[in-house]
Every structure is written in structure tokens, then in C-alpha cells.
Ligand binder design. Sequence first.
Ligand SMILES: O=c1ccn([C@H]2C[C@H](O)[C@@H](COP(=O)(O)OP(=O)(O)OP(=O)(O)O)O2)c(=O)[nH]1
Ligand SMILES: [Mg+2]
Length: 156
Amino acid sequence: MHSPESVPVLVKRLPGNEDLPLPAYATDGAAGMDVVSAEDVELAPGARHAVATGLAIAIPAGYEVQVRPRSGLALKHGVTVANAPGTIDSDYRGEVKAILINLGTEPFAIRRGDRVAQLVLAPVTRAGWVEVSELDETARGEGGFGSTGGLAALKG
Ligand SMILES: O=c1ccn([C@H]2C[C@H](O)[C@@H](COP(=O)(O)OP(=O)(O)OP(=O)(O)O)O2)c(=O)[nH]1
Ligand SMILES: [Mg+2]
């Protein structure tokens, strides 16, 4: 079910995964839906794996789904999403996967049903290029990559 203000997203549990819960918001104000692993995987330190979710989805045009890390896994175990935020295109019909990497020092065991990442539905604004031969001048100009100074914000 979806509340009146939510955006319907079609979801199909792939064969053999009918028992897995759909991604769900853990609290009323959660931005992301926790998504569970459909497989058992042991992630060695430094290893990465495209963790199956057992789900295929059809996102409405004008939206994307971002695959984001769970901060608890990142903080406690160094396990994060290697391509964060992963992008699920609205025209993708394959299995949604979470590309996890273990940046920690210990092997990390993922069990089927573990909440491994979170999915955020987000609007997409598409750009239309307007090609020009000159761009306008700004105070920043070509400065970047630390050009405004280091870490300290307070002087004196
Ligand atoms: O974390 C992710 C990232 C991507 N995908 C799927 C959905 C997405 O629509 C598709 C392509 O992703 P992306 O464009 O990031 O990868 P690519 O390397 O550019 O592949 P492609 O050439 O297929 O676009 O792969 C996932 O399941 N999980
Ligand atoms: Mg791509």
C-alpha cells in the first residue's frame, strides 16, 4: 500500500524471493527504505560484491532510486556502498543490486534477510545543453579544488 502523497513504484519479487520483505521505511520520517539481501555473502576486507536484493522495479519517469549506505554498517564495520549513491534508472528492469565494499579490517558476513542498504526515491531533473562560445564571468572564475582556503573558518 502507499499513502496518498507517496509515489507508486512497481516492484516484482523475483522467483524464489517471495518470502523477503519489500524495502521499507523504518520510521515515519525515514528518507530511505531499508532493503535486504537475498543472498548469503562473506565480504573479505577490501572485497566488494553486487549484493542481490531479489527485486526488480519500474520507477515512474522523472524519478530515480538511489542506493545508499546504512551509516551503522559503515561506522561499525566499514561496510558501505562502493558506488554511493548507486543509481537505479527508471528504465532498468533487471535485479536491483547493492554494490557493497568492506573497507574494514574484519570479514563481514551478510545473511539473506539482512538490511544491507537503503533506497531513496528522488526526482530527476534532466539538463538540456545550450552550447555557447563564451561563459559569463564570476568572482570564482576558474578557481576550485580548495582555492578559497583550507579548513579553518574562524580567524584570530
Ligand atoms: O548500485 C547500483 C547501480 C546500478 N544498478 C543497475 C540499475 C541501473 O539502472 C543500471 C546501470 O547503472 P549505472 O548507469 O550506474 O551503471 P553503468 O556502469 O553506467 O552501466 P550501464 O552501461 O548499464 O548504464 O544498473 C544497480 O542495480 N545497483
Ligand atoms: Mg549507465
